[in-house]
Write a new protein. Structure first.
Length: 134
């Protein structure tokens, strides 16, 4: 009886682990923005590299006018359904605004979106470096 109970419990444990294993569905869970809109005369855009964080990929594009950041946008960021989408729908606009106000990557992290904030700053700093604005 002991062996049967052990075998049954082992089988149930394996099945629970197998059905609980999360696999990729092949669908992207990050938000990807459309191509940049045309910019005004004298303006240019620079896109930072895609930075992999613990929550997903973050990539920032900046628009420069007279070597000043006139716009910043996260073109890729984690956007999984549920909590990530809720957090980043609030955090990304704050980060975009902060980058323009700070005119650089010295911006505060958004509470609850630490990984996205760090990836945003890294991609932003790389874009600034590429633009020659370090």
């Amino acid at each position: 009886m002991g062996r049967i109970s052990f075998a049954l419990l082992s089988t149930v444990a394996v099945l629970v682990l197998l059905f609980g294993y999360r696999t990729s569905t092949g669908e992207s869970t990050e938000q990807v923005q459309a191509a940049p809109a045309p910019v005004a005369d004298g303006a240019r855009t620079v896109t930072g590299p895609a930075v992999t964080t613990s929550r997903g990929v973050v990539q920032v594009r900046i628009t420069l006018q007279d070597n000043k950041i006139s716009a910043a946008e996260a073109v890729r960021f984690p956007n999984e359904p549920g909590r990530h989408r809720e957090i980043n729908s609030r955090a990304v606009p704050l980060l975009n605004e902060a980058a323009v106000l700070a005119q650089g990557a010295d911006i505060d992290a958004v509470t609850g979106a630490t990984a996205t904030s760090e990836g945003y700053r890294d991609s932003l700093q790389a874009a600034l470096d590429e633009a020659g604005l370090t």
